[in-house]
Design a protein around this ligand. Structure first.
Ligand SMILES: Cc1cc2nc3c(=O)[nH]c(=O)nc-3n(C[C@H](O)[C@H](O)[C@H](O)COP(=O)(O)OP(=O)(O)OC[C@H]3O[C@@H](n4cnc5c(N)ncnc54)[C@H](O)[C@@H]3O)c2cc1C
Length: 861
């Protein structure tokens, strides 16, 4: 074994081997994979080997599509077969709700370039004759599904990596990881120590243990999983003979079952409700190529449904039941990327579908390590997406919930109950007493809306408008016409201070930093000129800035801030960053009476002139020391008031008492989001994401190219000079009783006209490579943009996609935001656009000016 390597990959399962292959392909050949036993000694060897492209997150779906198309490539390079069976598969809906869900998935798939099709149960039966069609109302066909040989595939990655120069050491456990002052990792193994610049945790079932070697508790848990194999079935043999084809894969939502042909019998796996974690605290190091004891009783309820839906299977003899463990993160997607707080320590673990996702994970991670950026929008699997609140017990509860709901519908207004409440503010009980329906915002209980007194504070989950519609409308109208108060503790808050603070922020942010006592809004870009943040920044003192941003992006942003801190020499101490998390909480008051209300609580003059729009001031509010921003996301006259948690009850009580004479109302997050829609305000992670440039995102006025050389400036200047290809726009939609949720296709009646490239970007900037390892710049490779332009219906063509939307209660319109070709972005003509909601195309019209207070007069008064 060599003593030095550029990178050491720990773990020889499918994920470690894919990471090794992609690193080698990207040109890093001084790399070493260290495996405790033989390759595939974790969960990889006993996987059912199924693969598919669909995923709730379109960006992850795109990386899954890349994984599937990669298999041919690694077979060619390695000479090792993956035994690929690209059979296609169907998802079966047994209720109209599940059919709505499939319609949504199908609509989303359109601009991802997925070739899905909605079909009837009898059409599904023609491809999988064991299915009793009377149990179903419809289905969706996906041609890019199938199964492969898990062991062969892992070895194909490994052989291909070796051919490109990578080294693999077997039967050698990594026992310790230490880091030198210069950042070099000592990878201590049973066979000696390797010094490495980078370490990658691909430990699968042992990912937690490897994390603990560097002081990190990764939110990952292994679950037992069972599938059964039947004896040969005459029906299967007969089908193969008469059609010359293999049976397809079937996913049955009702039974939480997947099934497909395996040899001349059937494989049937379940995601049972009574699921069971495996080794919840520690994974034994001596666990090898072993299976767990099957427990048929646990999966009996799923099997019962399965036998009803696929009657032939019940009659077949069961040849074997496989029970094996594999790992999950809280939401079922992988944990990939650099771990915040550490240098050059990378993760590619919690990959629950290694044969659907392994390739995409390897590609994104290798891009990140080699080029400093994943090159794709990988937020859905970024290791930074969970906070400290994801402790082992929290993770345990959430993973069990996720597993047992693997094939369940998640409705757009559905909040999941496991592990809650976790974090609460001092106002939690008060909010419950006010009949708030609470939601989970990055582990924090946050009021979503307030149910009328006497009614149960509970969402009726639906794809359509639901029981919150009336109350939210009431909250919005009362706020817009009088005054409302809401909790905003869930925002991210940071303080950047020190003599180098301003230079640091000027280097990171696209806007000029404000003068003391003033506020600016500013995006943040990566080197490729793509949006990676959107902040409110106040200059609180000569060397002190307060920053507010998206709560879910706190670790993601801290990782970026830390990466760019001055590291060496005297400048190293010039900038300090503090993340407050829940040590700073907030309340926002908004509406025409908010100034009169606040004035009653403070002893300073807050008239328009004394406390202007976008001013920041420290002042006592209701007797509590607070920071106050004259700004609100509702777009009204309004204020954000920030205080230590110990004062939050005091301030809230004072606001409530003072607000009585003005008809103050409590409003929740959903009313806030409704109000921002009618102001055309974007939200982070929906409208603004790393796949968009700042001009595409219509953030032009916050991009000050001339101010200084900020990160991403050159790329942004290029985007501006060339003119953005896409633009973020707002629509008014002629919706029925359902509004957009996000990711719906936008159709335009373009006739023969070509409005330029209208592709949804997934990849950007970072170079990509062809099968021979050659760099292909600017290519539209499968892992890159999605071809939406190909979807045509007469004069109509899919030209874009929705990012978010809903009902704008004050202007009484259904609204949507999304991206369309720049040439169409200002075309407000009626009859030009349609947006597909739950499979039905609804007329939509671009609305350039916000429908509420277009001149911005109300928030400035
Ligand atoms: C019953 C079952 C059915 C499944 N069906 C499917 C399916 O149909 N489709 C699909 O995509 N996925 C399926 N999966 C999931 C799939 O198996 C996993 O997604 C995949 O195996 C994860 O691979 P990995 O490389 O991350 O982890 P693992 O396969 O667990 O590999 C981790 C490796 O790291 C090594 N290692 C750990 N610690 C150290 C150390 N300290 N030093 C050196 N080496 C170390 C281990 O020995 C092991 O070989 C199934 C899983 C099970 C259990």
């Amino acid at each position: 074994m060599k003593s030095h390597a550029k990178a050491v990959v720990i773990g020889g399962g499918v994920v470690g081997c894919s990471v090794l292959y992609h690193l080698a392909k990207a040109g890093w050949t001084d790399i070493l994979l260290i495996e405790r036993s033989e390759l595939t000694s974790g969960s990889s060897w006993h996987a059912a080997g199924g693969f598919h492209t669909l995923n709730g997150d379109p960006n992850v779906a795109k990386l899954q599509a890349y994984t599937v198309q990669l298999y041919k490539e690694i077979e060619e390079i390695s000479g090792q077969s993956c035994s690929l069976h690209l059979t296609g598969g169907v998802m079966m809906a047994d209720t109209p709700e599940r059919m709505d869900f499939l319609r949504l998935a199908h609509a989303k798939g359109r601009y991802l370039g997925m070739d899905t099709e909605l079909i009837t149960p009898s059409e599904a039966r023609a491809m999988f004759p064991l299915l009793d069609e009377t149990n179903f109302v419809g289905a969706m066909w996906d041609p890019v599904e199938g199964h492969l040989d898990p062991s062969g595939t892992t070895h194909a990655y490994a052989k291909a990596a070796r051919k490109l120069g990578a080294e693999i050491v077997l039967r050698n456990r990594v026992v310790e990881l230490t880091q030198e002052v210069d950042g070099t990792w000592n990878v201590v193994t049973e066979q000696g120590t390797v010094k490495a610049e980078h370490v990658v945790n691909c430990g699968g079932l042992w990912a937690r243990e490897i994390g603990r070697m560097v002081g990190v508790e990764l939110p990952v848990l292994a679950m037992e999983h069972m599938y059964l194999l039947t004896e040969p079935m005459p029906e299967v043999e007969e089908f193969n003979k008469s059609t010359g084809r293999e049976m397809i894969g079937v996913l049955d939502f009702k039974g939480e079952i997947y099934t497909r042909q395996e040899r001349n019998g059937i494989l049937l796996g379940t995601y049972e409700k009574a699921c069971k974690p495996w080794s919840p605290v520690n994974t034994p190091w001596d666990f090898g190529h072993e299976l767990l004891q099957p427990d048929i009783d646990r999966i009996a309820p799923s099997l019962e449904i399965g036998f009803k839906h696929f009657p032939g299977i019940e009659k077949a003899g069961i040849k074997q039941i496989i029970n094996g463990p594999f790992t999950f993160a809280l939401d079922g997607n992988p944990l990939v990327g650099p771990v915040q707080g550490l240098t050059n320590f990378w993760c590619a673990c919690a990959v629950m579908a290694g044969f659907s996702q392994g390739g995409g994970v390897g590609l994104a991670l290798s891009n990140w390590m080699v080029h400093g950026d994943p090159g794709f929008d990988v937020w859905g699997m970024d290791v930074a997406r969970f906070g400290e609140w994801a402790t082992p017990r929290y993770t345990n509860a959430k993973v069990r919930e996720n597993y047992s709901r693997r094939f369940s519908i998640r409705f757009p207004n559905e909040e999941l109950p496991a592990a809650r409440p976790a974090q609460t503010t001092p106002l939690y009980d008060t909010m419950l007493a006010n009949n708030a329906v609470m939601g989970d915002s990055w582990g924090l209980e946050t009021p979503l809306w307030f149910a009328p007194k006497g009614s149960e504070p509970k969402d009726i989950v639906s794809f359509h408008r639901s029981n919150d519609f009336g109350p939210i409308g009431e909250e919005v109208r009362a706020t817009r016409e009088r005054v409302g108060v809401t909790e905003i503790a869930n925002f991210a808050k940071y303080e950047v201070s020190g003599p180098g603070a301003e230079d640091f922020l000027n280097r990171l942010m696209t806007n000029r930093m404000p003068k003391t006592g003033r506020i600016v809004l500013t995006p943040m870009l990566n080197e490729f000129g793509r949006l990676i943040g959107d902040f409110t920044i106040a200059k609180a003192g000569e060397e002190r800035f307060m920053i507010w941003g998206s709560s879910a992006a706190q670790k993601y942003h801290m990782r970026w801030f830390e990466k760019h801190l001055p590291k060496d020499g005297p400048r190293a101490s010039e900038v300090r960053i503090h993340r407050f998390d829940q040590t700073l909480v907030g309340l926002s008051i908004a509406g025409p009476k908010s100034r009169d209300l606040l004035q009653k609580l403070v002893d300073v003059d807050i008239s328009t002139k004394a406390f202007r729009f976008m001013d920041f001031r420290e002042m006592a509010v209701g007797g509590a020391p607070c920071m106050v921003n004259r700004i609100t996301y509702t777009g009204d006259l309004g204020y954000e008031i920030w205080m230590a948690p110990a004062y939050q009850r005091l301030v809230y009580k004072a606001i409530k008492e003072a607000g009585e004479e003005f008809g103050l109302i409590d409003f929740g997050m959903r009313a806030l989001l409704s109000m921002r829609l009618e102001k055309n305000f974007p939200t982070w992670f929906r409208e603004l994401r790393p796949i968009y440039g700042p001009f595409e995102g219509s953030m032009d006025r916050f991009i000050k190219l001339e101010k200084n050389d900020f990160i991403g400036r050159e790329a942004a200047a290029r985007e501006q000079a060339a003119g953005p290809k896409l633009r973020r726009v707002s629509f008014i939609v002629d919706a029925a009783d359902a509004d957009v949720m996000g990711d719906e296709p936008i159709w335009a009646k373009v006739g023969g006209k070509d409005y330029g490239t209208v592709e949804k970007p997934h990849g950007y900037g970072a170079p990509r490579f062809d099968a021979g390892g050659k760099e292909v710049r600017g290519s539209n490779a499968a892992e890159g943009a999605s071809a939406v332009r190909g979807i045509v219906d007469g004069d109509w063509r899919v030209v874009g996609w929705v990012t978010s939307g809903g009902y704008a209660h004050y202007v009484e319109k259904s609204m949507a935001q999304g991206y369309v070709p720049a040439a169409l972005a200002e075309n407000e003509s009626a009859g030009l656009f349609e947006i597909e909601i739950l499979g039905h195309r609804r007329p939509a019209r671009i609305n350039v000016e916000p429908p509420f207070d277009p001149s911005g007069e109300k928030m400035r008064t």
